[in-house]
Design a protein around this ligand. Structure first.
Ligand code: SF4
Length: 137
């Protein structure tokens, strides 16, 4: 394994993409990143730009406003990148599936590597999803 690849695996940088959630999934991601669950001890670091990220953590449904933005963020993330769908909305559309502006499940727009079910998923499940995603690197 190259040093470049090993360093990505040992310290993945994540970027949070909120595509229109009710904010509970976002709050659980924040809980995972802050001192109670403290994912930085595993080398997982939140980044402010997708250009510096290895993993995109996507929450919420894709709607007409966020569809193009999600595609753009995905394109801005350098390869090899991983996408983790956090929460039932990101996985399937959840309770918003029949909504008038639902623009389709996330995996029809960008490839998804790991799905984390739950409404919202617990921080432990989010950490587990990131670890599963790393196995694909
Ligand atoms: S999965 Fe549940 S908690 Fe997460 S954004 Fe959807 S409705 Fe909100």
């Amino acid at each position: 394994m190259s040093l470049f690849r090993l360093s990505r695996k040992k310290s993945p940088w994540v970027f949070h993409v909120g595509t229109g959630s009710c904010n509970n999934c976002d709050i659980e991601i924040i809980a995972a990143l802050t001192p109670r669950f403290d994912v930085e001890r595993f080398g997982i670091v939140l980044q402010g730009s997708p250009r510096h990220a290895d993993i995109l953590l996507v929450t919420g449904i894709l709607n007409r406003q966020t569809l193009e933005r999600a595609k753009r963020v995905y394109a801005q993330t350098p390869d090899p990148k991983l996408v983790v769908a956090v929460g039932t909305c990101a996985c399937t559309g959840g309770i918003f599936r029949e909504s008038y502006n639902f623009a389709g499940p996330l995996d029809r727009v960008i490839p998804v590597d790991v799905y984390i079910a739950g409404c919202p998923p617990r921080p432990q499940a989010i950490i587990d999803g990131i670890v599963k995603a790393l196995e694909k690197l």
